[in-house]
Design a protein around this ligand. Structure first.
Ligand code: BGC
Length: 248
């Protein structure tokens, strides 16, 4: 069975039909640049371009980088335009896509669902936390495979700051930090804080950095939980969005 997945990110809007039996893209993904400012109207146009590229006419799952309730309503917009707040994204995107059924889900929750089913979290019980390090920090918390949605652990307070401003991948780039310094100080302090709160068995590190895990994982010391990179890497959001749209 195939469902279309779209991942709305800070720099790109990416999508492809997803093979839900394999947990993989059925075709090479298509990407357009995220407009700036990332307003509902501009982003909806981008989503339409991606879906139209494949001539897709079935259900569509879409990730969003903020709190999403009931598969539809946007509640926060830390790294996209504020005018998203209280937008019914299911309605907006459904109309823009000519009436296709749309489900919207937080980006990290989508990535987490995909990793738990097809990737690094497969078969893992207990508390598992996926954290995505990108423009912001996204989180997906699972207990015995069940998701607690919209946990927003990227906005915990860390040393008096919003944690994602200190420890995201963007923070590393903005402050010109080496991988080692970022991992040994910023990421380690952040993981220690999350571990103090939740005592997970496993941390899965996702987002664009998961491809470069050899550069930073060895420098994160003193964390009791196992720490592994995400396996679906940058496609986890697309796959998870499609899974949510299929009701999984
Ligand atoms: C948002 C989260 C999102 C994360 C990653 C944060 O700023 O608040 O909802 O999952 O960025 O995109």
């Amino acid at each position: 069975m195939q469902i279309f997945g779209v991942d709305i990110g800070g720099s790109g809007i990416k999508g492809a039909p997803v093979d839900l039996d394999k947990g993989d893209l059925a075709q090479e993904r298509h990407k357009v640049l995220t407009p700036h400012p990332a307003t509902p109207d501009g982003v909806a146009d981008g989503v339409k371009q991606v879906v139209d590229h494949f001539g897709w006419t079935g259900p569509v799952g879409v990730t969003f980088p903020g709190v999403v309730t009931d598969g539809a309503t946007i509640r926060t917009a830390a790294n996209v335009d504020d005018s998203w707040i209280d937008t019914d994204a299911r309605l907006l995107l459904g109309e823009r896509l000519g009436g296709l059924p749309v489900t919207v889900v937080n980006d990290a929750d989508a990535a987490g669902v995909a990793e738990m089913h097809f990737g690094a979290g497969r078969g893992r019980r207990g508390t598992v936390i996926l954290l995505t390090f990108g423009t912001g920090i996204g989180s997906a918390v699972f207990v015995d495979g069940v998701l607690l949605p919209n946990t927003e652990l990227g906005h915990l307070e860390l040393d008096g700051h919003d944690a994602e401003k200190r420890a995201s991948s963007k923070a590393r780039e903005d402050h010109d930090m080496s991988w080692e310094h970022w991992a040994a100080h910023r990421v380690r302090t952040y993981l220690a804080h999350v571990e103090m709160l939740f005592s997970p068995e496993l941390f899965i590190i996702g987002g664009g950095v998961s491809r470069k895990s050899h550069k930073f994982l060895p420098h994160i010391e003193g964390i009791k939980a196992e720490i592994v990179p995400a396996q679906l890497q940058n496609n986890a959001g697309i796959v998870g969005a499609a899974m949510r749209a299929a009701g999984r």
